[in-house]
Write a protein that binds this ligand. Structure first.
Ligand code: AGP
Length: 606
């Protein structure tokens, strides 16, 4: 998730842009850049790393221009290099762009630009050259013509040295806000960097383009018709704006899940062949067919995402799959060879145990690939390929959107592997259809938040809780238990439903409530029997059930109903109520939700 800030007005743009970039650093940064219109030309400076490095590089430059654009990059396409940093330019530096989003068809568009010598690996550079191709004096028209050919998402700002009185902004899938000042305007990815100057803003909607001068904002819809947009007043402070109005980063990231889930699957599935194509794996189809075993390694929440992946690989790809907690893998004596595919999974890409496991697996000759969120991170660089999960920066210590995006990528891989083996077209198409419905079902599930908050309130005096699930929902139970314990500090444990009678049942009593996942799937009746065992011991029961399952009411003190989905995709939906339950419980108990005690966001030590 990159950050954009642009300014056109009466003050020197540079200090405004640098301050705005600092306010946007929470969106993630691996590089940054600015372009200022100065003395008739666009002066561009880009650096890798923090904004301070960019600021240092700019300090001796006399850039007094009153119009400019700036960007902090969270890499999606292309590594972390200065060349890949924004702004990107065309027309010999007269045209420049900053962009947040993913241009899905940038490779096809590149075929229209065979005469261009590209200097970066980014999709954004293709877009600015496409705009340059159509530019013949009317800047907005050139942007509109180019965007008509684009598939994907963008929030972008374009400037041209021959147009010192206008900036062009456009939005499709990545937010853009225009701050309204006195003969000056600000354009940004969100309100955070604008609030220091004005709380009067115009929100662009998808498909809209704005032509912004010092005095006016002209907005146009997708049919290029002029439209009137309301100026709205924001009553957030800057801290709230960083969280886009949410009380905590964790809650914002829980609500990010439908959007970032679509970023994870966008352009990676095929609705004709009922398969997926994750090119980053760097294996030929025959090399994939030669894999006879898969080992997933990760830690904490990531290892629970891996468990869901295990079920998917066995069910769809028909390959033996196992999950190893990285800190165990690196010290046990794993029997692996060059037909074993080891997937190292990590949000941060810097977890010491997972990195050590990667090195051990490579030493033993395994095929090692990464499933990572942070582009250019150590694990991403030390594996011989893999896939980025596109969850955007995850700032809360408790992982939420990274977990569901990891599962999205694991299901895509299981589908790709399965369709290269015995998985039928019909089943592949069913999986693809189910994946395409997930984001909407996530949104429906998020609407349960207030109801879940009431349930959390009811159980906020308990000091223990047990989570139960069967099959792929055991991984959900483990994740729900970890979420609760790590941010509310309530002791919680998770067990497979069938394990209760082998010991854990002894714990149950009215003071030890149980949160059971009893959604409609092939293990429903088995789970129902386990819940009856629990009820017979007098424990309170919270049930996660499938909408329409009235029988659940007979068994539970509280029922939370979720939309039905394909069993293998259930973790993508069923985990959300458990994330919200833990979140509300931590807030009710007055805990530091985003920074729980004793924990770090990235465990870079053993
Ligand atoms: C989960 O909420 C925790 N933040 C923790 O378990 C985390 O998932 C684990 O440390 C792995 O981190 P990684 O994905 O960055 O490797």
């Amino acid at each position: 998730m990159c950050g954009i800030i642009a300014y056109i007005g009466k003050e020197p743009a540079l200090p405004i842009l640098l301050r705005g970039l600092r306010r946007l650093e929470y969106r993630g940064y691996d590089s940054a850049g600015v372009a200022i219109l100065n003395n008739g030309g666009l002066n561009r400076v880009k650096t890798m790393g923090k904004i301070d490095i960019l600021s240092e590089k700019l300090k001796d430059q006399e850039l007094l221009g009153t119009m400019g654009i700036a960007h902090t990059r969270w890499a999606t396409h292309g590594g972390v290099t200065e060349a890949n940093a924004h702004p990107h330019s065309a027309l010999n530096g007269k045209l420049m762009i900053v962009h947040n989003g993913i241009i899905e068809n940038y490779r096809e568009l590149k075929n229209q630009l065979l005469d261009v010598s590209f200097v970066s690996q980014t999709d954004t550079e293709v877009l600015v050259h496409l705009i340059g191709k159509y530019y013949s004096g009317d800047l907005r028209q050139a942007v509109e013509t180019a965007l008509a050919q684009v598939r994907g998402t963008y929030g972008l700002v374009v400037t041209h040295a021959d147009h010192p009185d206008k900036l062009i902004a456009a939005r499709m899938g990545s937010p853009l806000v225009i701050g309204v000042g006195e003969n000056e305007h600000y354009i940004a990815s969100d309100a955070t960097p604008i609030l220091a100057y004005t709380n009067q803003v115009v929100f662009l909607d998808d498909g809209e383009i704005a032509e912004v001068s010092r005095e006016t904002i002209k907005t146009f819809n997708v049919r290029h018709e002029h439209i009137q947009k309301r100026v709205e007043k924001i009553d957030w402070d800057e801290a709230q704006a960083e969280k886009q109005g949410f009380a905590h980063f964790m809650l914002k990231e829980i609500y990010d899940q439908p959007t970032v889930f679509q970023d994870a699957i966008r352009g990676r599935y095929n609705i004709i062949d009922g398969t997926a194509r994750l090119g980053g794996i760097n294996l030929t189809d025959n090399q994939i067919r030669d894999i006879n075993r898969v080992i997933f390694i990760g830690c904490g929440t990531t290892s629970y995402a891996a468990m869901a992946g295990k079920y998917a690989f066995e069910r769809l790809a028909g390959i033996p799959a196992e999950v190893d907690v990285a800190s165990e893998f690196r010290y046990r004596d794993p029997v692996i060879d060059n037909h074993t595919l080891v997937f190292a999974i990590s949000q941060s890409g810097e977890t010491a145990d997972t990195l050590a496991a990667v090195r051990e697996a490579k030493r033993r000759g395994a095929v090692v690939r990464g499933i990572v969120n942070a582009v250019g991170s150590t694990i991403a660089r030390e594996t011989d390929g893999g896939t980025y999960i596109h969850a955007g920066p995850e700032l809360a210590v408790a992982s939420t959107k990274a977990y569901t995006n990891m599962i999205a990528v694991l299901i895509l891989y299981a589908l790709q592997f399965g369709r290269l083996r015995r998985l039928s077209l019909a089943t592949g198409l069913r999986v693809v259809d189910a994946l395409r419905e997930v984001a909407q079902k996530m949104k429906e599930t998020l609407e349960l938040s207030e109801e879940i908050k009431k349930v959390a309130q009811k159980y906020s005096d308990y000091h223990n809780m047990m989570f139960l699930g069967r099959g792929i929902n055991f991984s959900v139970a483990l994740e729900g238990s970890l979420k609760l314990k790590e941010i509310s500090y309530i002791h919680s444990e998770a067990f497979p439903g069938g394990e209760m009678k082998h010991g854990p049942l002894a714990l149950l009593c009215p003071e030890f409530p149980v949160f059971a996942i009893m959604t409609k799937n092939q293990l429903y009746e088995k789970m129902r029997s386990n819940v009856e065992e629990v009820r017979a011991r007098g424990a309170k029961v919270i049930l996660l059930a499938t909408k329409g399952d009235d029988r659940a009411l007979e068994l539970a003190d509280d029922v939370i109903y979720v939309p039905e989905t394909m069993e293998l995709l259930e973790p993508l939906i069923n985990t959300i109520p458990l994330q919200l339950f833990a979140y509300h419980m931590a807030v009710i108990l007055g805990k530091d939700v985003d920074r729980p005690r004793n924990l770090a966001k990235s465990v870079t030590v053993e």
